[in-house]
Design a protein around this ligand. Structure first.
Ligand code: ANZ
Length: 961
């Protein structure tokens, strides 16, 4: 082989790896383990674009590096293959989503294999395979059979709870349960019938059915999780979402709130992701206290994080949906209250939370009593108080809380200062925690820290309330009214949910005639004919949400064929957890939180050995698209459109806006289009319609006109105004998306420049975490680098020519510098800097004309994680018969890195002629000898004999003739 023929080399080694199972990972190894995992993709119909592999390349480099470092590496890939797009396609075409999914996966696998990833493909998992979802269903069953024991602070069998109820009722409050769970004695429990007992247990199970207010998306015909709703519309498709009360399966993730919060301190994740989870969990430490209401027996319970402000309470506010509203509202106020409730109903929770400016509310006519000072205070309703948070009621302290202050000012309610430090309380909201309390019987003169315990004690001693921790996080809705998801392994008997038997798993998706809800509004599974448990009981008709299958998949990779367990104990105790997890930040409060929750549950059950699943997380940045545009003159006839090349369009736009020919006033330089800013773009768009063009028919922003007209036949007769004979397109950075015609497929690049070039180039683009536009400008440079690397091993005729000569100090230095830098880079996940290190090294070695085995062999190992195909080929040419991934990463030697030579400029009669390298500690006489013996010097002596040699150590050598 003479040239660097990447296509041939890459195909050869991909086949070799597959045939030889080079990356097979088994759990029985004495080596230390390393588990590098990517967020598995949903196999969409569009295939991969160049943005997708970014994270995969990084994790593959780490995996290959760790193998060289002596680790047993688990590096798998699989597919999150249940989901909406396949189902939407099924609705449109009638084709079973399994078929679409299968086709898409095939394409993905092929694309991934072309990139030379070191995945152990035998470990591939697909969440939609019944062999996989059998275990998703099995985990669901374990959750159903468990409750959260607060005393032990872990999940425990529901059977234990049943025993407890039979002996002491639920009076001891040891378990996480629904808010409104009544207190009952052992006797009361025994008197309940089966149905009542089952209903009661549902309030404790870790997965349960309940009536819940959910995000209902009529257009998608399904319920969505909070994190699937963005700004009031569905994240997928952007359809409106309503709040609706429905009977749903729920996951009691709230039982794990505290542990999910604490666990964040033990893992190496990006701080912003941790912060998002902390906010999502939303822990508030405060107190709950009751206010008596005049004329009725019930009390109003409020949740407050500022008990210390209780002497500044001047009114109470209930959420409009609060159950006591109707009861306390007086006859005179009824109309006003009803009217307000009706209006508030139509506002989303999000709107209510974020809109701090509009103040609205209504007086109920009722008065409550402040239990601390017996003051009589009015009770209002207002939608800034949310029904689903805390107790749905607040004690309003205008001198301490901005929204209360706004409300008080609007309705003319009193504002009482609570601190001496707060000088003008009327205008200053947000009580500081400094200063001493005033207006109080029991905390006068105390500071915040001193006052708190006194108040909480008072609360508890007088049975007014108690300390309480509140979480913003809600239990997660687990039902989807869709077909393409895991069936819930449950049937209903007398309205009570029962699990099917474990031996009956998997409960497979039944065949149905259409993937739509039934006429009566049941989910698609309602269409299944003869689909009954024991031929008589209805199965649950909703399926599991997208996040079910992805909440445990890293365990299945460890042992994907196991039919006896979701993974063997041996595999789990060996592989334990994921050492490196790479994926997008969009999963911060979805997948990444649910996975931690299920993992903790499995840990409580003793089924897994680590409490956190992902030790280190990296969010790769998105690769954005670089869109190209053509500009159609707006005034040109529809039947005879005219397109102007970018700069012509700008000139034209200016001329049209300045008919008097004031063009010269404006900057005519097209390259200033962007820097000139909005003015030019606006001007351009005033007269031209920009149209996206497929970036694949544009090169260096010059449009291939033939290809364009072929692509858009409607413009076959269009006129094009060119510049320098070319049509130059405009450019904008946007999300990479089919609709913007800026998608670049890795397949084309692999074909043109090779997978190794693509891999190195994607790393070269910049730090992994950064968002960056796709720009092919540097691609050729990377290919050229690989060719130069190849050239080091080959002579001018392309023959393999590596010498066994001993390396020079300069060569060793270049190598060892590189070994060290690349190792440090990979350890800190800085891949772009390695690529430039390699480039520098190859430049140096090329200059030194180095073709020595002692240098090139270790260097090939160092390069192999980045350009594995090229490295394998050269490794083989170097005479090795095993894959380079079985080699060891070379050790760098400090001794080669120190500067131990000096490059002397050598002058003749004061004129610099050439340079010579000498060791720092070389004796003067030796240097003199070497200088005189140098052939190059003779050329500058004109046949004369040197008279004298002056050597200034580590500075200069001057030869006098
Ligand atoms: C009195 C008070 C005085 C409050 C003060 C704050 C400042 P976090 O930290 O988010 O948990 N609150 C309680 N339930 C609410 C609900 N359902 N809707 C809207 N607001 C609610 O906030 C807890 C604080 O938010 C509580 O403490 C309560 O107002 C309010 F200077 O009580 B506070």
């Amino acid at each position: 082989m003479s040239e660097y023929n990447f296509s041939q080399i890459e195909k050869k080694w991909q086949r070799y790896w597959e045939d030889n199972k080079t990356f097979k990972a088994t759990a029985n190894s004495s080596k230390p383990k390393y588990y590098a995992m990517d967020m598995f993709p949903y196999p969409s119909g569009a295939g991969l674009h160049v943005g997708h592999p970014l994270g995969y390349i990084a994790s593959d480099i780490v995996s290959r590096f760790k193998r060289l470092k002596g680790y047993n590496v688990l590096h798998p890939m699989g597919f999150d293959s249940f989901g909406l797009p396949a189902e939407q396609y099924a609705i449109q075409t009638g084709q079973h989503p399994a078929i679409t999914t299968e086709e898409n996966i095939k394409r993905y696998v092929e694309q991934l294999k072309n990139l030379g990833f070191s995945f152990d493909w035998e470990l591939e998992v697909r969440t939609s395979d019944s062999g996989y979802y059998k275990w998703t269903q099995w985990i669901f069953m374990q959750l159903f059979n468990s409750y959260y024991d607060l005393a032990q602070d872990k999940a425990a069998p529901i059977a234990d709870l049943v025993e407890l109820f039979a002996t002491q009722g639920n009076t001891q409050e040891q378990a996480a349960c629904d808010e409104e769970t009544p207190v009952f004695t052992a006797e009361a429990w025994q008197q309940m019938d089966d149905k009542q007992q089952s209903e009661m247990l549902l309030k404790y199970r870790l997965t349960y059915v309940a009536d819940a207010v959910v995000n209902w998306c009529p257009a998608l015909g399904t319920v969505l999780a909070n994190d699937e709703v963005k700004d009031g519309v569905s994240e997928r498709g952007g359809y409106p979402v309503e709040r609706k009360l429905m009977r749903q399966w729920m996951m009691r993730i709230t039982a794990y709130a505290e542990r999910l919060l604490q666990g964040l301190d033990t893992i190496d994740w990006p701080e912003p992701i941790k912060e998002m989870q902390r906010n999502w969990i939303g822990k508030s430490v405060g107190a709950e206290m009751s206010f008596a209401v005049e004329h009725i027996a019930e009390k109003i319970k409020v949740f407050t994080t500022r008990v210390d402000t209780v002497y500044g309470v001047t009114f109470l506010v209930l959420a409009p949906e609060h159950e006591l509203v109707e009861k306390i509202t007086t006859v005179e106020q009824r109309d006003a209250v009803n009217e307000y409730v009706a209006v508030a109903k139509n506002r989303s929770e999000r709107e209510r939370m974020t809109d701090v400016r509009t103040v609205s509310g209504a007086f109920t006519g009722a008065y409550a009593i402040n239990p601390f000072n017996n003051e009589k205070i009015p009770v209002y309703i207002a939608d800034y108080v949310l029904a689903g948070y805390g107790t749905g009621a607040v004690m309003a302290v205008p001198s301490g809380d901005q929204r209360d202050w706004n409300f008080a000012t609007h309705f003319g309610l009193p504002i009482i200062p609570i601190l001496d430090a707060q000088k003008d309380a009327d205008t200053q909201a947000d009580a500081t925690k400094e200063g001493h309390y005033i207006n109080s019987d029991i905390i006068n003169g105390l500071t915040y820290a001193e006052a708190l315990p006194v108040l909480v004690k008072f609360l508890e001693e007088n049975s007014i309330g108690k300390a309480r921790v509140n979480f913003r996080m809600r239990d997660a809705v687990f039902s989807r009214q869709r077909y393409w998801g895991e069936p819930v392994p449950v049937y209903f008997k007398d309205g009570i949910p029962h699990l099917i038997k474990e031996s009956e798993l998997p409960l497979e998706l039944p065949k149905i005639d259409a993937y739509l809800p039934t006429e009566t509004g049941e989910p698609p599974l309602g269409r299944a004919v003869d689909w009954k448990y024991e031929e008589q009981y209805n199965y649950e008709l909703s399926t599991m949400p997208g996040w079910a299958g992805s909440s445990w998949y890293w365990y299945r990779y460890m042992d994907p064929q196991n039919d006896e367990a979701f993974a063997s104990e041996e595999a789990i105790t060996y592989w334990r957890d994921v050492d490196l997890y790479i994926g997008g930040s969009e999963h911060a409060t979805g997948h990444l939180l649910y996975s931690r929750f299920w993992n903790k549950f499995l840990f409580d059950m003793g089924l897994v050995v680590e409490e956190e699943p992902f030790k280190k997380l990296i969010n790769q940045g998105m690769i954005q698209g670089r869109s190209n545009f053509v500009y159609r003159l707006k005034s040109s006839d529809k039947s005879a459109p005219i397109f102007y090349s970018l700069n012509k369009a700008r000139e034209k736009a200016k001329a049209l806006s300045n008919p008097l020919g004031a063009v010269s006033q404006l900057n005519n330089d097209a390259s200033n289009l962007v820097t000139e800013g909005k003015f030019s773009i606006d001007l351009l768009q005033e007269h031209f319609t920009p149209l996206h063009v497929d970036v694949n028919i544009v090169e260096n922003d010059v449009l291939n006109l033939d290809a364009f007209q072929k692509w858009r036949p409607e413009y076959a007769t269009a006129e094009f105004v060119l510049e320098d004979g070319k049509y130059v397109c405009g450019v904008e950075i946007e999300k990479m998306s089919k609709s913007k015609y800026n998608v670049v497929s890795p397949d084309d690049i692999v074909e043109r420049q090779g997978a190794d070039t693509l891999r190195m180039y994607e790393m070269f683009l910049g730090p992994l975490e950064q968002f960056k536009p796709w720009n092919t400008n540097g691609m050729d440079g990377v290919l050229k680098f690989l060719k130069r690397f190849w050239k080091l091993f080959h002579d001018n005729d392309g023959k393999f020519a590596v010498s066994d000569e001993a390396p020079t100090a300069a060569e060793l230095k270049s190598l060892h510098k590189t070994i060290r830098k690349v190792e440090e880079d990979v350890e800190r996940f800085s891949f772009n800097t390695s690529v430039s290190t390699f480039m520098i090294c190859v430049n140096e070695l090329t200059q030194l004309k180095c073709n020595k085995r002692a240098i090139l062999e270790p260097l090939t190992i160092v390069l192999s994680p980045y350009a594995p195909h090229l490295a394998e080929e050269l490794w083989q040419q170097l005479g090795h018969s095993e894959s380079i991934s079985h080699a060891s990463y070379p050790e760098w030697n400090e001794a080669y890195l120190v500067e131990n030579t000096f490059e002397y400029p050598v002058s003749v009669n004061g004129k610099m002629r050439h340079k010579m390298n000498f060791a720092l500690d070389m004796p003067r006489e030796e240097i003199e000898k070497a200088v005189l013996a140098d052939e190059q010097l003779a050329r500058f002596l004109d046949g004369k004999a040197p008279k004298k040699i002056i050597i200034v150590p580590n500075k200069i050598i001057n030869v006098v003739v």
